[in-house]
Design a protein around this ligand. Structure first.
Ligand SMILES: NC(=O)C1=CN([C@@H]2O[C@H](COP(=O)(O)OP(=O)(O)OC[C@H]3O[C@@H](n4cnc5c(N)ncnc54)[C@H](O)[C@@H]3O)[C@@H](O)[C@H]2O)C=CC1
Ligand SMILES: O=C([O-])CC(=O)C(=O)O
Length: 270
């Protein structure tokens, strides 16, 4: 409809394809106009049956096509989506939040261009309470992530150390450190830790523990915050998506909720 805010999505995988389908089915105030994918043939198949098929464009062109640019691609191509979107003053919604941590200059650039960077809660929970707590004094923020070992396979931190998760029979800690190093070592796994760090006390002070845990079937994140105003302990157990076991099914739903919040008259949560 006239007056709708236009949306473009970079990446048509577990997050992007789901989001594209829901937007095409109709979400008040939002209209999907462009998508980008690596495999054009597969993308055309994903778009079969769409009421209003979006244009298939290259990553840097997403920013020309729409007011809201959602990044839902591997961290390796983050800049190709983020930089043009921010340069054009768009609303940029990243999924690969870990890729934002070493690129905080993009926030400074957004200040100059009038762009906004809106980080969705994604596969995590409770960022409203963490943000509220961080308006006061926070002593510590930690996140413990447990995933079935196959969900961690291929992480650069493990590959560099020759760690093979194949034979793991009991829950095993594979990483302890801050959110900055976690995002570098596990770019496809700890976007949640990056979002938590940005909501709270920053990537250097946010502490992360990652477990390869053969006893869990869900990607499980527990955050603990010790603040002057409150103590928070919260756990989310995410059902892995069929397309990509690293990605919880709740992630595209969270991004959709975030997009609705950009246009809705009634908005709940800070
Ligand atoms: N913020 C959060 O809470 C979460 C973030 N993520 C992150 O979101 C991102 C996307 O996740 P998924 O959808 O599960 O990944 P996915 O691997 O299922 O899909 C990524 C898509 O990007 C496309 N792509 C790759 N290179 C491209 C290129 N050069 N041009 C256009 N398209 C390209 C691929 O074809 C694929 O369809 C990942 O970085 C992932 O780590 C995942 C889960 C939770
Ligand atoms: O739990 C999930 O769905 C994904 C995850 O850990 C992340 O990307 O940070």
């Amino acid at each position: 409809m006239a007056g709708d805010r236009t949306v473009a999505i970079g990446g048509l995988g577990a997050i992007g394809a789901h989001l594209a389908r829901v937007l095409d089915a109709g979400v008040e105030g939002l209209r999907l106009v462009a998508v980008s994918a690596r495999d054009q043939e597969k993308a055309r198949r994903s778009l079969v049956g769409f009421r209003a098929p979006p244009r298939l464009v290259a990553l840097p062109e997403l920013a020309e096509a729409a007011e809201i640019v959602v990044e839902a691609a591997p961290a390796a191509v983050f800049e190709q989506i983020a930089e043009p979107a921010i340069a054009r003053g768009r609303i940029f919604v990243p999924s690969s939040v870990g890729a934002l941590l070493p690129r905080m200059h993009l926030v400074a650039r957004a200040r100059e261009t009038g762009a906004r960077i809106i980080v969705p809660t994604g596969a995590l929970l409770g960022l409203d309470a963490v943000r509220a707590a961080a308006e006061g004094t926070v002593a510590s923020v930690t996140i413990e992530t447990r995933k079935p070992p196959r969900g961690l396979e291929g992480a650069p931190y493990l590959v560099e150390r020759g760690v093979d998760l194949g034979g793991i029979a009991a829950p095993t800690v594979v990483f302890r450190g801050n959110a900055f190093d976690a995002a570098r070592g596990f770019p496809a796994n700890v976007n949640v830790a990056a979002a938590l760090a940005l909501a709270g006390i920053g990537p250097e002070r946010t502490m992360v523990e990652i477990w390869a845990d053969p006893t869990v079937t869900r990607n499980t994140h527990t955050i603990r915050v010790e603040a002057e105003a409150a103590r928070l302990t919260m756990t989310i157990e995410n059902v892995p998506s069929e397309e990509n076991p690293r990605t919880g099914k709740i992630t595209p739903l969270s991004i959709l909720a975030c997009l609705r919040g950009l246009t809705s008259t009634l908005k709940v949560g800070s």
